[in-house]
Design a protein around this ligand. Sequence first.
Ligand code: MCA
Ligand code: AMP
Length: 487
Amino acid sequence: MPLLSLFNRSLLDRAARPALEFAGVSSTFGEIEARSNRLAHALRARGLQRGERLAFFLQNRPEVIDLWIAAVKLGLVLVPVNVLYRERELKHILADAAPVAVVTSPDLAGFVPAGVICWEVAELAAESAAQPSARLAVGGVPETPLALIYTSGTTGASKGAVLTQGNFAANGAALAREWRFTEEDRYLATLPLFHVHGLANGVHCWLISGCHLRLTERFDHAKAAGWFEDYRPTVFFGVPAMFIRLLELPAEVARAIGSRLRLAVSGSAPLPAEVHEKFRQLYGSVILERYGMTETLMNISNPYDGERRPGTVGLPLPHVSVRICDESGAPVADGTSGEVWVKGTNVCAGYWQRPEATAAAWTDGWFRTGDIGVRAADGYITLQGRRSDLIISGGFNIYPREIEELILEQPGVREATVVGVPDPVRGEVPVAYVAVDAAVFDEPATVAYLRSQLASFKQPKAFVRVDALPRTALGKVQKRLLPSWQA
Ligand code: MCA
Ligand code: AMP
């Protein structure tokens, strides 16, 4: 079914129902329908045509949702940008995607590189208010691109995954069904809307099921207990760092929250089996872990009914085929580790203007995820690591090479490598190992430089000095041989 038809179940058929609450302000589905129509007219008036790209660089707010729905209606391609990115990171994405403009807010506009057109989100909303509320019937077919979402895939260079309306429709419909969403649900949305977890899963399960959504600007562990108490959600989606934070709540508070929570979903990074168990004990709720990627949306999920097995990501979703393959691409036997390959209506159309990267990531129609996994005889899949040295911190991805290259530019640095070290809350944090000329290397200046160039979650937690990096005979750094580091 086309994505807009799925949305119509709520936007048109449940027009009078309360839909969304943000900062104490509520909207019905009918109001969201009218607002997104007005915004579509305003975007048209600013010259945007079907197929054109428009970036957004915004904290969570209802305007992001309006923009998403307007893009579906107009056949536009949105480019979500992480709000923690700084000018250098934005420059790459905006130069590559070449959007007509970036929708942003005054607090973030200063990070947008000079020469890029910024549209102020509040001005756009004010301008929309004067536009007609009737639909602009442009729409799209399943193949119509809807988003370019930047991710590094299995290599270091950030590329835009071209996700279509059909990808979001297939993924959203499958998740809403598999996870038993109904219009009675109350979904607490604290995940960022600039990533697939919050956007493709959260927003789509909500719009397709017609349940109620409370949106927060971001996750804040100091406020989380209050939100759960006050909103009484039945559904919560989070990254492991959020569930680890939730373990800090007093037992009686946790038990009351858990008694109302019918579904807690974790993903984006491995959920330690110990956290799964502690959450069950404290909240009386068994976390459902699932696995996805920007390029593929969701692939594999533990079942709603049936065993949610800790440490595993479960079974392939109904619209997804999964193979575990050896280096030659041949499927391996159950119990043997290999690379996870996926195929299905969830998989993106390729990388934006990167035919070589696209060719490298797909083989015979199968997308090679770069994740290493193993399938048990009963079908449950366990992820065991990645082929690349990606670090995942609090659910945000970090490519060591990006940080290493910046450190190597600093005076007095002979060698540098960055590795992920275990962190009790964020899973992993980056630490730099450097071989330096001590008389020249200025650590505070390097830290200040990295702060100006990189998102906060990419900042190395320490600079560990070594005489030289351990290398193979071919010169490759052997990260496993580095001395261990403790905070
Ligand atoms: C985090 N920070 C932010 C925001 N989020 N700052 C401003 N706005 C935000 N929205 C910064 C904080 O300022 C702080 O910076 C650092 O991140 C950690 O914040 P803290 O309050 O200590 O939070 P925490 O308790 O450590 O939790 C961090 C977090 C964050 C809120 C869980 O990591 C997060 O939002 N993660 C979600 C990532 C996500 O959605 N991933 C999905 C992508 P400083 O360090 O300077 O103090 S992967 C995906 O989509 C695939 C497909 C999948 O499978 O889902
Ligand atoms: P991204 O490229 O930001 O979409 O991140 C996707 C990557 O996150 C995947 O390739 C996995 O390595 C990782 N990931 C997502 N969900 C899980 C999970 N449940 N367990 C382990 N890793 C995960």
